[in-house]
Design a protein around this ligand. Structure first.
Ligand SMILES: *[C@@H]1O[C@H](CO)[C@@H](O)[C@H](O)[C@H]1NC(C)=O
Ligand SMILES: *[C@@H]1O[C@H](CO)[C@@H](O)[C@H](O)[C@H]1NC(C)=O
Ligand SMILES: [Zn+2]
Length: 536
């Protein structure tokens, strides 16, 4: 990986130099440091040069040659294909985890250990197979979390904002989404049919778009509870239009989930009832869906904080429902660590609990606030949330056997976070570029977003000096180019990483909606072809 990065950098420099040809100049803008006078350029390169950023042991070509040979050997000696049947599937989803977010999180991980950072790797980057997933939806070049959840959980591309339905369903049209002939089924349902245990974990609400892909059929992802339906147009009657929380508790396959963890307690409780976090419920229809769930699962338990989760004896409960906030869970970085479990802690309890089933399990685990933070241009938080998911993935791999448990890690869609300029090796990924400046001589951050609320411009449209704003403050809001009320999604491919039975299916460039079919093939579930067919 490291030698690849060096090659990429070299080819980038070559392209940049070639672009200085006068006839091309208009069409191929060159980096400012190459446009500067020789003297100015010399100053910049001298600042970066004199090997200031070069680690002494890396100055020797031998260092890189050895590293490259190690990587080559790893690939040459890779174990034969793992053609086992997947007893268990653990599917991790980093919401909005663009490849730039993965790269920046990797650098952050290394820098938190006191290293330069670029050379580090996230747990899932060490998986034997990886590829790219194409995230467009039936009617969207740049998708949202609803249509993409339908793709990676139900295996069908559909329209933006809709979940668990085909693309005949129009956004916000309840009668179309209530029509069973428009419904598509999820890999959670396929797993249940095969006798496996099933679960969902998220850091937003249990009724949020991504986990809802595992159980809901709806024309609008924002219909999380009945009170959320009316604001979207008076033609939809909550009495006719089943909200997502209600679908989770009362319909297949949600009602059969063995385990659910996340936030959103308010979506399940009537507005006259205070929830376990001290806030009033949100429902207008008077339903207490937690009481309904408890009645259906007398051996199940509702937990609401870290202690009650970690002190559970998983052998003594039949079902687990964790609701750790009234709404979204708090960002890990600002959460009360005594009260709110981490994603790794939730993952650990889930695997212990779901492993009780000899037929295996399917569990969906979402690092959901990578997206939330990227929308708010809080790059530091987004990287922290990515590192939290990375730890959960490591925990899952450590607790399970790659011979029988397939782990797949991917994202639903990208975010336009860029890692730009020519910062020297080891430059704080959350800070400013120490050498390159804008045309007015002002330093700029390495991380920027395409769209968001803060451009850091003065009344003349000139960039402010922001050097002191960025560095270690995880809550600093990163600059964006286009002034919008919040950050937007991006349309480039996202990464997919796999380890375990049939990991080799997750390679190359794939359509996002093929993902659940490949997982189902490996686990011999669902209605399509599976590896077990070949054994006949
Ligand atoms: C919803 O779809 C149905 C069937 O396609 C159609 O008759 C109806 O007019 C639509 N409702 C709205 C509000 O667009
Ligand atoms: C996994 O399976 C392979 C081949 O069947 C076997 O050699 C290896 O020991 C197994 N690994 C574990 C951890 O059970
Ligand atoms: Zn989003």
């Amino acid at each position: 990986m490291k030698s690849v990065a060096v090659l990429l950098l070299l080819s980038l420099m070559t392209v940049a130099l070639a672009a200085v040809a006068p006839s091309d100049r208009h069409y191929h803008p060159v980096p400012s440091f190459l446009q500067q006078s020789n003297a100015a350029r010399g100053n910049l390169l001298a600042g970066m040069g004199a090997n200031k950023y070069t680690l002494p042991h890396e100055a020797n070509a031998e260092f890189w040659l050895n590293l490259a040979r190690e990587e080559l050997a790893q690939r040459v000696n890779q174990k034969p294909m793992n053609l086992n049947k997947a007893k268990n599937i653990i599917f991790f989803l980093g919401d909005g985890m663009s490849l730039s977010t993965v790269t920046a999180a990797r650098i952050r991980k290394g820098q938190l250990k006191g290293n330069t950072g670029e050379e580090d790797a996230l747990s899932f980057e060490k998986f034997p197979y990886s590829g790219l997933s194409k995230t467009y939806c039936a009617n969207a070049q740049v998708p949202d979390s609803a249509c993409t959840a339908t793709a990676y959980l139900c295996g069908v591309k559909t329209n933006i904002v809709t979940i668990g339905v085909n693309a005949k369903v129009n956004y916000n049209n309840c009668s179309e989404s209530e029509d069973p002939t428009n419904h598509v089924s999820s890999i959670a349902a396929w797993a249940q049919k095969a006798g496996k245990s099933t679960g969902i974990i998220t850091t937003t609400t249990l009724s949020h778009a991504s986990p809802a892909g595992a159980y809901a059929n709806t024309a609008n992802r924002f219909w999380e509870c009945d009170a959320d339906i009316l604001p979207w147009g008076d033609h939809n009657d909550p009495a006719q239009c089943t909200d997502i929380a209600q679908q989770l508790i009362t319909q297949e396959p949600g009602r059969n989930f063995d385990l659910m963890m996340g936030g959103g307690m308010g979506k399940f409780l009537p507005k006259h009832l205070k929830d376990l976090h001290g806030n009033m419920g949100e429902r207008l229809d008077g339903r207490n869906l937690l009481a309904t769930w408890q009645g259906m699962h007398p051996g199940g338990v509702v937990v609401h904080n870290r202690n009650s989760l970690l002190s559970l004896d998983v052998d003594k409960v039949s079902h687990i429902m964790g609701l750790f906030q009234s709404g979204y869970m708090d960002y890990h970085a600002v959460s009360n660590k005594q009260k709110q479990p981490t994603l790794a802690e939730m993952t650990e309890v889930a695997i212990k609990f779901l492993s009780k089933n000899d037929n295996g399990y399917f569990v969906f685990i979402e690092g959901a606030q990578i997206d939330t933070a990227n929308h708010a241009n809080l790059a530091g938080i987004s990287l922290d949330e990515t590192l939290e998911m990375e730890k959960a993935v490591q925990k899952a791999r450590d607790m399970t056997d790659p011979n029988e448990t397939l782990i797949v890690v991917t994202a639903d869609h990208a975010h336009p976070l860029s890692i730009a300029g020519y910062p020297g090796r080891g430059t704080n990924i959350l800070g400013v570029n120490q050498h390159d400046t804008d045309i007015n001589g002002k330093k700029y951050t390495t991380l920027n977003y395409a769209a968001g609320t803060q451009q850091y411009l003065d009344e003349h449209g000139e960039r402010l000096d922001i050097e002191s704003t960025f560095g270690e403050d995880l809550l600093a809001q990163y600059p964006s180019y286009i002034h919008t009320d919040q950050g937007v999604h991006a349309g480039e491919d996202v990464g997919i990483f796999a380890s375990g039975p049939h990991e080799h299916l997750f390679r190359g460039v794939m359509e996002q909606h093929a993902i659940p079919h490949m997982m189902a093939y490996a686990a011999c579930i669902g209605e399509g072809p599976t590896m077990c067919d070949n054994k006949a």
